[in-house]
Design a protein around this ligand. Structure first.
Ligand code: PMP
Length: 359
């Protein structure tokens, strides 16, 4: 078996231990004589899997009973629509902060369902930072404030969360479970699974119970939070195998000591990489240091030729998926929970060698 060093932004590398366990249980899960993929989602055994996944996620993030935890299909993108449909009904208005590609997409979708006010945008300065909260213009009568806690493409991350007296909703697709958070500070949190949770095909929604129940009439049932909560995320067939793998990832996180342990490791990885980028003027990172993501680290070289050469050299050394998103170019190292510190050290060593040769 040969596995590469994988810096993919998502779908991303999964912990090896999780894949090994899935492999060992692939054909015969808990002596059932079936794969999890092959059993009814209503079977006692799968219900156990779902229950374990939910309770372990509640444990990891300290989610209280005041919140529903939903396992839904359609990725984070479906939630761009589901959120305003569910939460901006009685008050059909919502506030959004624009910090890059993903918040822009959320804004575009939400505008189809409610009156969206973009309270601040980082677009003018090239999304290098989170706009200063003192300059946000929030309306009085509004349903919620939406942020993208970590912009996967641009590499901008909220380091603290605004508390402005209206429910805060966060797209945490690319940094959920990477650091400790106070769930009680949020009205809702949602995340596509394929970075820090498991394979693609699943979105997790953590939503305050009292905010649900008044969805817009036209909300499709499978996007209706109350309906999904009442049916334990099983209004229709859920992505059973993805939920099972997410559950394995949650157990893996608990075994590692929980999120605070991962948070320290993630800080170490990010600091190591940013230090290498900032050391000299051969590499550069477009994001202001104060707002740099601990999960997605974009960096550039002075010419596109050098960048192409760097990416080739990386692959020759077993390091893959370092190409920046097609909309921005350059390089991007995604260093989610399952990326070990040693991979980042290998990347830094490659960067140093490359600089010695071409700098
Ligand atoms: N939000 C963020 C921050 C993302 O990174 C992504 C996917 N890269 C999405 C939303 C969209 O997720 P999905 O593809 O699961 O719909």
């Amino acid at each position: 078996m040969s596995r590469v060093i994988n810096f993919s932004a998502g779908p991303a590398v999964l912990p090896l231990e999780v894949l090994e366990q899935a492999k060992s249980e692939l054909l015969d899960f808990r002596s059932s004589g079936m794969s999890v993929m092959e059993m009814s989602h209503r079977s006692a055994l799968f219900l156990e899997v779902l229950k374990e996944a939910e309770s372990n996620l509640r444990l990891l993030l300290g989610i209280s009973d005041n919140y529903h935890v939903l396992f839904l299909q359609g990725g984070a993108t479906a939630q761009f629509s589901a959120l305003p449909m569910n939460l901006a009904s009685a008050i059909p208005r919502a506030e959004y902060v624009d910090t890059g590609s993903w918040s822009s997409k959320a804004i575009k979708e939400a505008s189809k369902f409610c009156d969206v006010n973009v309270v601040a945008s980082g677009e003018e300065d090239g999304y290098k930072q989170i706009p200063d909260i003192a300059d946000w213009h929030i309306r009085e009568e509004t349903a919620f404030l939406h942020i993208c806690s970590n912009e996967t493409i641009g590499g901008v991350q909220f380091k603290t969360f605004p508390s402005l007296g209206i429910p805060l909703v966060a797209d945490m697709s690319s940094d959920i479970l990477s650091r400790t958070i106070e769930v009680n500070e949020f009205g809702a949190i949602y995340a596509g699974a394929q970075k820090n949770i498991g394979p693609a095909g699943l979105a997790i929604v953590i939503v305050r119970k009292d905010l649900c129940g008044e969805a817009r009439k036209e909300t499709p049932s499978f996007l209706n939070y109350s309906v999904q909560a009442e049916s334990d995320s099983m209004l229709n067939t859920p992505p059973t195998y993805t939920i099972y793998l997410a559950g394995l990832v949650f157990s893996w996180l608990l075994e590692k000591g929980g999120i605070s342990v991962l948070e320290k490791e993630n800080e170490l990885k990010a600091n190591t990489l940013y230090r290498a980028i900032d050391d000299g003027d051969f590499y550069s990172c477009p994001v202001d240091p104060e707002f740099r993501s601990n999960m997605n680290v974009p960096f550039r070289l002075n010419t596109e030729e050098l960048e192409k050469l760097f990416l080739e050299r990386a692959e020759e050394n077993g390091m893959f998926n370092l190409k920046g998103h097609r909309s921005v170019g350059g390089m991007r190292a995604s260093i989610y929970n399952a990326v070990p510190v040693s991979w980042v050290e290998e990347l830094v060593s490659l960067m140093n060698d490359f600089e010695n040769e071409y700098g």
